[in-house]
Design a protein around this ligand. Structure first.
Ligand code: PLP
Length: 393
């Protein structure tokens, strides 16, 4: 009898706990309504500041002429970072299809567990060769390459000195590291020099810059940065997302543009823009750096391997780029022609002689209206948001 009573008590106790757990798990409307109000306020603030971002939906391949939802005619595309037009290149697509058949859709693993195929290794060595470096490491994106680098390489005794308008992923990557952080005014070499001078006691100094700044299309003064790095014993990191494949005489990027080939210590870049446009990023540099990143870079260690089709398409792009420089030369001719013609119509085109040609409208709302009108005229443009905080993402 006692045994039955005890079992009964245990059962009542178990049910009691279950219903308490249920209460805890069921989302309370009141809890969410506070969150909802916060979100709605935030959304309203974004809308009323005129910087609301909406998506234009493309219904064709990425290209210079595209189809967009709600329109029957093609529009001319001015806003993709498809600098070399390789996102829809037939050879690149074919390479991806073949890899899909031979290597499958994905690895279901991070690289060091069971996510490395021969094509990953081949692509890494093509990248290193392209840049004239000892080794390279792939990441799921350049955002991840930037997120992985600084934390793995630098610690509290070190200093990172970064251009104030560097890309959001560099800023976030630097935030993850324990190094002391300094920002110099955009492309201001006096400011950079002052910071370098004041930080000679740090164990190591790293200068971080975009090679080309994507919002303004202007080029970092890498020759001067390199000179200061030599003078104050610092290493140089450059994000080449808006340079690799098409900037510099043979598309080797900003260091080639300044005749500094091989001098930059660390290069990060993306496969998601000029280099086929699919996805992926990388770091290239000296062997010991890449060895360290394979052991310590968290996005490499804890995120899935790049899919075979993506690896193969990027690999084909590097083959095309090493065959000859005709694509790079065409981009340069087109850039000069576009900038010259637009200026002759009275537009204010910002930046240096780079394919990013920001047409400066000067007001976020007007820019948005202008972009809508461009779509009416069968031109698809990207609206650049004017405030600095928006630029940094
Ligand atoms: N760095 C710069 C300068 C960029 O413009 C971008 C992309 O917009 C990234 C990094 C991130 O590259 P990914 O798209 O490969 O993450």
């Amino acid at each position: 009898m006692n045994r039955v009573l005890n079992a009964n008590k245990r059962l009542v106790h178990w049910f009691g706990n279950q219903s308490k757990t249920k209460q805890l798990l069921s989302p309370s409307r009141d809890n969410w309504s506070a969150t909802k109000a916060i979100i709605n306020n935030e959304l309203e603030a974004i809308k009323s500041s005129g910087v609301w971002k909406s998506e234009r939906v493309i219904t064709s391949k990425q290209d210079s002429h595209i189809n967009v939802e709600g329109r029957t005619e093609k529009v001319i595309n001015f806003c993709a970072n498809n600098y070399l037009g390789l996102s829809s290149n037939p050879e690149v697509i074919e390479a991806a299809k073949d890899a899909l058949d031979k290597y499958g859709s994905g690895l279901s693993s991070v690289r060091f567990i069971c996510g490395t195929q021969d094509i990953h290794k081949q692509l890494e060595s093509k990248i290193a060769k392209f840049h004239g470096r000892e080794d390279a490491i792939l990441f799921p994106s350049c955002f991840d390459a930037n997120a992985g680098l600084f934390e793995a390489l630098l610690s509290a005794e070190d200093a990172i000195i970064s251009d104030e308008l560097n890309h959001a992923s560099i800023i976030d990557g630097i935030r993850l590291s324990k190094a002391q952080r300094f920002r110099y005014k955009h492309r201001d070499m006096n400011d950079l020099e002052d910071i370098l001078k004041n930080n000679q006691k740090a164990r190591n100094r790293l200068i971080a810059t975009d090679g080309v700044f994507s919002m303004d299309g202007n080029v970092a003064p890498l020759d001067k940065i390199y000179h200061l790095a030599q003078k104050y014993n610092a290493i140089v990191f450059v994000d080449e997302c808006h340079s690799t494949g098409f900037f510099g005489r043979t598309g080797r990027g900003t260091e080639e543009f300044f005749n500094l080939t091989g001098k930059v210590d660390i290069i990060n870049s993306t496969l998601g823009k000029a280099l086929g446009g699919a996805a992926g990023g990388y770091t290239t540099g000296r062997k010991e750096l890449i060895d360290l990143l394979r052991q310590r870079a968290r996005p490499y260690l804890f995120s899935n391997s790049l899919p075979p089709a993506v690896v193969a398409s990027a690999s084909k792009v590097f083959d095309l780029l090493t065959q000859n420089s005709s694509l790079t030369e065409r981009v340069e001719r087109n850039t000069i022609a576009f900038r010259t013609e637009m200026k002759s119509f009275g537009f204010n085109i910002l930046g240096d002689n780079h394919p990013i040609c920001p047409v400066f409208i000067g007001d976020a709302r007007l820019a948005s209206t202008f972009a809508d009108l461009m779509l009416e005229w069968h031109l698809c443009d990207w609206i650049q948001l004017s405030s600095r905080s928006q630029r940094k993402g």
